[in-house]
Design a protein around this ligand. Structure first.
Ligand SMILES: Cc1ncc(COP(=O)(O)O)c(C=O)c1O
Length: 384
């Protein structure tokens, strides 16, 4: 967590009070929540009344996708088709799968380019095929694996041309890119605190006042009646402090991370000529790729072997695969981008953040040659 967020949250943790209570301590907690709401709204280019606090990105995506689907279908039983980017996070993908399996939804997956980008023309063609059946378009602002940034405004414009609401998962973008809800044209936008230096377990769905949502949790009627539950005032205060700090230093921090990222990628490529970054990467570019995102394809290796070898050297990274029933499956994002399955198995993802330094990059670069060597030998041994 950013020190300012940790300090603000810790202070609030010592304060008693339920923000829904009418007594003095309750009102004090409410004040802390509402001041935080105002700060978060200001940082995201939204109105305070558009912020619905949730437990994080997963819940925000669930509320956006399921809540909109049910609201749209209730209004018009023909509106059951969801148009969803093929590279979305599982918090969106699995909601869609659930709605298809249990709630009569249909889905049109929006294909991406080899750079991981969903083009507005793809969205247009998908809607135009049957405009009256569309419930929602959902395309993420920035991808969590390869860092690809979408032209959210252009996609929102296409959706609105057909009168269709648009949701964007901005979990990876908020606090790292210039995110302005109003200017983006989105109707619904998911954010989470822990990706921007705030605590884990709190986030928001930013929802236009006219966005129609069916509640997923019922109870005390908090948060515009769509997200019941006692508000976590300390976490919300920490979230606001982190977002204020992150957006206040976004230009300098982005330039710093882009420089570290480019250095890391170039030095990794110099180690082995077949290592290459996935998706869009251009030196100095912190606009079309997330500033702190590094995604490398290391042919001939299994990502899992690399992960454990690098972990032993003090480097925390992720692979491009997810385990299903104990078997590593190549990332759906890489496959959608046209990366061969064998290459996708050797994917390595590193995320640089506010605590990352040049010394961290040096540690990684020093550990990489031996890790590649051992991972390649392990794969060859397994194959023979
Ligand atoms: C793009 C994206 N969406 C949603 C989530 C889920 O967010 P949370 O961990 O706050 O539930 C993540 C988390 O990694 C993410 O990267």
């Amino acid at each position: 967590m950013l020190p300012a967020a940790l300090a603000a949250m810790t202070e609030q943790l010592a304060v008693v009070g339920n923000a829904s209570s009418l007594h003095r301590t309750g009102r004090a907690a409410r004040r802390a929540v509402e001041e935080s709401r105002e700060k978060i709204a200001r940082c995201l280019g939204a109105r305070p009344s558009e912020i619905i606090f949730t437990s994080g990105g997963t819940e925000s995506d669930n509320l956006a996708v399921k809540g909109s689907y049910w609201a749209r279908r209730d209004g018009d039983p023909a509106r059951v088709r969801l148009l969803v980017g093929v590279t979305e996070h599982h918090a969106v993908l699995d909601c869609v799968d659930f709605l298809v399996a249990h709630e009569g939804a249909k889905v049109t997956w929006l294909e991406c380019t080899p750079d991981g980008v969903v083009e507005p023309a793809t969205v247009r063609a998908a809607i135009a095929a049957d405009p009256d059946s569309v419930a929602l378009v959902s395309v993420m602002w920035a991808n969590n694996e390869v860092g690809a940034v979408q032209d959210v405004r252009a996609i929102a414009d296409v959706a609105h041309e057909f009168g269709v609401p648009f949701h964007t998962d901005a979990v990876q973008a908020a606090g790292h890119l210039a995110v302005d809800f109003e200017a983006s044209g989105a109707d619904l936008m998911s954010v989470t605190a822990h990706k921007l230096g705030g605590p884990i377990g709190v986030g928001a769905l930013v929802a236009r006042r006219d966005a129609k949502l069916v509640a997923l949790t019922h109870g005390g009627g908090q948060e515009r009646q769509v997200r019941s539950g006692t508000l976590d005032a300390p976490a919300i205060v920490g979230f606001a402090a982190a977002l204020v700090e992150a957006t206040g230093s976004i230009a300098e921090e982005s330039a710093r991370l882009v420089a570290l990222r480019d250095d890391l990628i170039e030095r990794a490529m110099a180690i082995s000529p077949d290592i290459r970054p996935s998706g869009v990467w251009q030196r100095g570019d912190g606009v079309s790729r997330l500033p702190g995102n590094v995604h490398l394809l290391v042919p001939g290796c299994d990502g899992d072997s690399l992960l454990y070898l690098l972990d032993a050297a003090g480097v925390s990274c992720s692979t491009g695969s997810a385990c299903q029933a104990g078997v590593p499956q190549p990332s759906h994002v890489l496959l959608a981008m046209g990366v061969a399955e064998s290459d996708a198995r050797g994917a390595l993802r590193l995320t640089l953040g506010h605590t990352s330094t040049r010394a961290d990059v040096d540690t990684f670069i020093e550990a990489l040659p031996a890790a590649i060597d051992r991972a390649r030998r392990a794969r060859e041994a397994n194959a023979s």
